[in-house]
Design a protein around this ligand. Sequence first.
Ligand code: ADP
Length: 346
Amino acid sequence: MAIKRNQNPHPKPEKKERLTNTKTNQDQDSLEESIRPHSFDEYIGQKDLKDVLSIVIEAAKTRNEPMDHLLLYGPPGLGKTTISLILASQMGVNCKITAAPALERPRDITGLLVNLKPGDILFIDEIHRLNRLTEELLYPAMEDYRLEITIGKGQAARTRSISLPKFTLVGATTKVGALTSPLRDRFGLIQRLKFYEPQELALIIQRTAKLLNTSITEEGSQEIGRRSRGTPRIANRLLRRVRDYIQVKKFDTITQELAAEALDIYQVDPQGLDWTDRLILDTMMTQFNGGPVGLEAVAAATGEDVKTIEEVYEPYLLQIGYLNRTPRGRVVTASAYQHLGKTGLS
Ligand code: ADP
């Protein structure tokens, strides 16, 4: 007997790489490094943040002290690691980069801390994922530049205090609310990174195109900018895919038309939504009558991971006003219905 399947109106593209994925793999890492801005002049947008940090740097330099610990939060790919590297270069110090999942055992963090030089920056990505032991080691390290380690077990256990050089911890997180308050309180400065305006993304794309020796018109960079979900990492990734496309089609300049053509093929729509965004919205409309619905139910119905929906997809859908958060769950808005060409919002 033939099995009739539900037709998915948003077929998954065959390519494994999701264009709007904000994570990187190793190959992309080296490319990402080559296009990373090295100074605030090259770092486009985030004016308020740059203003605040410039003052903080200036003051720290005048006092000849390291900067206060800094917590940066915002969706992935907005430039948190880049900021940390720029701060280190402005302060003339090293920046060690790590991420909470790599700090499993207490010796992982102690090893990093004891090897810091005075003034160095320690950047910890996904800092809301630190385990309790590691986090507790960080408290005295952040507050008094001391490491409290316990040697031995049971009755013979003794605590030793080791002094550390003065350093700056830069923590990055996509979920500031998930940080414990003792950790959050130890940051002297807490700053949010905002999604970028399409025009800022167009400038980022023009800069990257120059570094990649790719010719692009202003309208071409704007077209890619509009579809980049407010995120520089995505903008740079889309640019590389469009560059592949024009190379294969034997054009030498990215125009608006070619950019749109290429991104349509990759199923990145004019608002920057990919098939997962559309699947999330479509599922909420068809299976949950537009909401309110909890994220767990949406995750189960779409086969996506709750964390990925919450940290990667939802922030942009909220930003562009396609989703609303209510006390009873997420709700799809009228503009989302309009965008997907659907009716049904009562
Ligand atoms: P995050 O740490 O927030 O995930 P990154 O700092 O790794 O993001 O930035 C991702 C990529 O986006 C970097 O390779 C960098 O080239 C680019 N980028 C980020 N912010 C900017 C910016 N303001 N101007 C230009 N390029 C940027």
